[in-house]
Design a protein around this ligand. Structure first.
Ligand code: ARG
Length: 587
């Protein structure tokens, strides 16, 4: 709901009470966008829903409401239509006043959340000594966009990187490190062991081929758990090296995260199992400790357990998530915890949440949300891979996007016969390349799979980052051409006459609704759709034939239209910034 709808709602409530009595305090006027712009901007459907209760025809109810309704500040006189809709058309003077009011506001009139609270977004979360893959890229991009929106709303947000930095795989890695770089376990300095992914692969080969080595690896796990200094040293070294590689990607993508990996919760795992035991939920099953779940069954239809301690005494991914959940509620005092991972982990989270609820660890005012996303597919519709069939490394993927954007830009500059410095070209290529990758991901409904296509995401036409960035730069071009500083435009200048002006004005005032919805459904593609539609509305307004003249218009229209240009540009800039996308003044 946006500000205008909220104001209307208050008036409707008063009218309903005045017409039918105090039974109707707090009633929802069922205010929705008009089904057809011909009928106005909004319609209230409440009369239809009250017909039974009041034993009256909806049209009569609607008329009785309208008689008491005072919306003259906001709307033209309301009209009853069809079976009993109340149609509302916003007054031009009202729209002008709204735009004048947001012109000086850096937040463009968007209020902060009514009840700001501590919230956590758990995202990105790659695994140490393994490459960040496209799934982590999605989590990083989507999680960051969600975090930015919630921060903008004024929530006290923790961005947590639940890095996979603990577990039995470290036994194998450390044992291998001891063999090939014995000095790594003792030297004080960090050691460059080269490409970690290759190292992981080699360690795994060694592990699979040799039973004695497997035993050594198991002992390293025990030493790690016990905190043996040399083993711990090796573990830190591996983590540090991975961390540096992840950081390169975060820097490139402009992502801020607090690392709180699985190892952080290690000291709390025994307590989780103990407390589950105390609450009577724990069942021993073939030596493993588990909790039986409702609604999860195996193929035979038997209830499935969630294992929290394996028969060898080890803990697992789920135990860690139970510990982190408790920590986030008790220590961080989070009221909403949002997990951004691929849809494949939906069951994992549903199970962890269920066990935590059963154990009574989730207070009523805490919300747990898994935000799932689909797969990234190649243009052949199969899982995204390199030509040789390997998983694509994120660094290569981003470098490729930047390189292609560089080539596109060079070609365009040649076509337009423009001379630009190499510095400019590099900067634009980088921003466009990175934005294209982010926007391509964010503009899809995250729950579906999407096809990764450099050509599509770098296209200057369509719902793409280059299109959006171009729309922004084009508006800045108007200010350069007219030698106008948008900040210096006078106050209270907006006058709306032409239909394209009115359409743009109304649309500009809908951003708050989009952001409010996003806060709830955590679907960033709705913001992309809004921004795309906004640039289309702007293009219609700025169109020589269908729209209006701007720089060569007479006053007072000229200033009014320049304010509309500025507001459009700032809305694009704000919206894109919430998606983690930086704009360019020129491109
Ligand atoms: N490291 C995990 C993976 O790569 C993602 C962790 C997500 N967060 C969590 N609290 N489980 O699949």
């Amino acid at each position: 709901m946006n500000l205008t709808q909220e104001k209307l709602k208050v008036q409707f409530e008063q009218a309903l009470v005045a017409a039918f009595g105090t039974d109707f305090v707090g009633i929802d006027p069922i205010l929705v966008a008009a089904s057809n712009p011909k009928f106005g901007d909004y319609q209230a459907n409440v009369a239809l829903s009250l017909s039974k209760k009041l034993g009256k025809q909806p049209r009569l109810i609607a008329s009785a409401i309208v008689e008491k309704l005072d919306v003259s500040q906001i709307c033209e006189p309301p009209e009853v239509a069809g079976p009993g809709f109340i149609n509302l058309k916003l007054k031009t003077a009202y729209l002008e006043a709204q735009l004048n009011a947001i012109q000086r506001d850096p937040r463009l009139g968007i209020p902060t959340a009514k009840t700001p609270q501590r919230e956590i977004v758990d995202f990105s979360s790659p695994n140490i000594a393994k490459d960040m893959h496209v799934g982590h890229l999605r989590s990083t991009i989507i999680g960051d966009a969600i975090a930015r929106v919630l921060e903008f709303q004024g929530h006290d947000l923790l961005r947590l990187n639940h890095v996979g930095d603990w577990g039995t795989q470290f036994g194998m890695l450390i044992a291998y490190l001891r063999e090939v770089y014995p000095e790594a376990l003792t030297t004080a300095n960090a050691l460059d062991i080269g490409d970690l992914v290759t190292f992981y692969r080699q360690a795994k080969q060694r592990f699979d081929a040799d039973e004695a080595f497997q035993e050594t690896a198991r002992q390293e796990v025990v030493r790690l758990q016990a905190g043996a200094p040399d083993t711990l040293h090796a573990w830190k070294l591996l983590c540090e090296q991975s961390r540096q590689e992840f950081q390169l990607i975060y820097d490139l993508l402009d992502i801020k995260l607090i690392e709180r990996g699985e190892s952080f919760y290690n000291p709390l795992l025994a307590g989780v199992v103990e407390d589950l035991e105390k609450s009577g939920l724990l069942v021993e099953n073939q030596g493993a400790k588990c909790v039986f779940l409702e609604g999860f069954t195996n193929r035979e239809g038997e209830p499935l357990p969630l294992i929290v301690q394996k028969s060898d005494g080890g803990y697992n991914y789920a135990t860690t998530d139970l510990a982190s959940l408790r920590y986030r509620i008790q220590q961080d005092e989070a009221k909403r915890i949002i997990y951004v991972t691929d849809a494949g982990q939906a069951n994992h989270f549903a199970q962890v949440f269920q066990v935590a609820r059963k154990a009574g660890w989730i207070p009523d005012d805490v919300e747990l949300v898994h935000v799932p996303f689909g797969l990234v597919l190649g243009e052949d519709g199969k899982k995204f891979k390199t030509r040789s069939g390997d998983t694509v490394r994120l660094r290569d993927l981003l470098d490729e996007a930047i390189a292609r954007s560089y080539t596109d830009l060079k070609a365009r500059l040649q076509e337009e016969e423009r001379e630009e410095t190499e510095e400019f070209i590099n900067e634009v290529a980088k921003v466009v390349g990175i934005s294209a990758v982010k926007y391509a991901d964010l503009s899809q409904n995250r729950t579906s799979n999407y096809v990764f296509s450099y050509d599509k995401m770098l296209d200057l036409k369509g719902n793409t980052a280059p299109y959006m960035l171009y729309a922004y730069a084009r508006i800045q071009g108007i200010s350069r051409k007219g030698e106008i500083n948008f900040q210096d435009l006078g106050n209270n200048a907006v006058i709306l006459e032409h239909e394209t002006e009115l359409a743009l004005a109304k649309y500009l005032l809908q951003l708050d609704e989009v952001i409010n919805t996003l806060e709830q459904d955590l679907l960033p593609h709705r913001l992309c759709e809004y921004l795309y539609e906004l640039s289309k509305k702007f293009n219609q307004f700025y169109d020589r034939d269908r729209g209006v003249r701007v720089l060569d218009a007479e006053e007072p229209q000229r200033t009014s239209r320049l304010v509309l240009c500025d507001l459009t540009a700032r809305t694009l800039k704000l919206g894109l910034s919430l998606l983690g996308i930086q704009v360019l003044e020129r491109m």
